[in-house]
Design a protein around this ligand. Structure first.
Ligand SMILES: [Zn+2]
Length: 295
């Protein structure tokens, strides 16, 4: 059993335990599940594994969900643990797949590939042939989801424009990736009070965006102190991280948003699920602490 099988097992357990629904599908036709806990007018949205190799965030979110289910929550908490399911599958299973005979007949391989179009198979094979996909950040189509949002799209220092890649490829147009379309419409629908994007690594969190409204800046300041106090992670202001989900939340919807980088910097990508519990321990109070501020 590898980390991807473990992750799907966690997802299956959660589906049979918590209130849930699908917010849409990935590029390869996989459901993107959202789980909901708590009641209240205000809500917090948490999502993980936007970057494939940072799937430790999915494990931490499943742990967090279980932990929070034992508390009374005066706000709604929405969890989207595996937004980039295709990328995570490719990251964990891809390198092993390359050394098998089945690789030549891609359609017969890991379940996701069955439904792929000829073009998607070509892109996936190109990624597998060209790179060490255990370091993949992008989705199954080689688009880096966290530079594909419509917020100064293509204006980032490391943006890559040419072709599908391990990371930084912005896609042909903003918000075209299916995963992002789903996340955008769901965010607009629920209009959360704050969004937390879980990435890895470094034990820091990013906040803000140049040009943010005064209102957002004020709230950011309050939430920032809570996040720092709760996790011990260092707050870092991002002046111009373009095309990210956090950036889009701040600029398009005026929602305070944070990117939280889980795990010590000394750990290597991808961080194995064995580290989940020690990482979870540092962030487990975060949602409870934030929810007290929101009511
Ligand atoms: Zn990331």
């Amino acid at each position: 059993m590898d980390d991807f099988d473990r992750l799907l097992e966690r997802e299956r357990d959660a589906l049979s335990t918590y209130r849930h629904f699908s917010i849409g599908k990935t590029e390869w036709g996989q459901e993107i599940y959202c789980f909901a806990l708590g009641e209240g007018k205000r809500s917090i949205l948490l999502q993980g594994a936007m970057h494939a190799r940072e799937y430790i965030s999915s494990f931490v979110l499943f742990d967090l969900m279980e932990y929070l289910s034992h508390f009374y929550l005066p706000v709604k908490v929405y969890f989207i643990p595996i937004i980039n399911k295709d990328g995570v599958a490719l990251c964990i299973k891809g390198n092993k797949l390359k050394n098998t005979k089945k690789y030549q007949k891609m359609q017969k391989n890991i379940n996701f590939f069955k439904k792929l179009s000829e073009n998607d198979i070509k892109i996936a094979k190109n990624l597998l042939n060209r790179y060490d996909v255990s370091l993949l950040k992008s989705n199954g189509k080689g688009v880096d989801l966290n530079v594909n949002f419509d917020c100064d799209w293509g204006g980032g220092k490391h943006n890559f424009f040419a072709f599908p890649s391990l990371e930084n490829y912005i896609g042909r147009a903003p918000c075209k990736a299916m995963e992002n379309k789903s996340l955008i419409s769901f965010t607009k629908k629920i209009m959360p009070s704050v969004t937390l994007s879980f990435h890895s690594k470094g034990e820091v969190f990013y906040y803000g965006y140049m040009g943010e409204s005064r209102e957002v800046r004020k709230k950011n300041k309050i939430y920032r102190h809570i996040i720092h106090k709760s996790t011990g992670y260092k707050a870092v202001y991002t002046k111009r991280s373009t095309g990210g989900y956090k950036d889009w939340c701040v600029m398009s919807l005026s929602i305070p948003a944070f990117t939280i980088e889980l795990g010590e910097d000394s750990l290597s990508h991808p961080i194995s699920s064995h580290h989940c519990h020690e990482i979870f321990a540092k962030v487990k109070s975060l949602v409870l602490d934030l929810s007290k501020e929101l009511v």
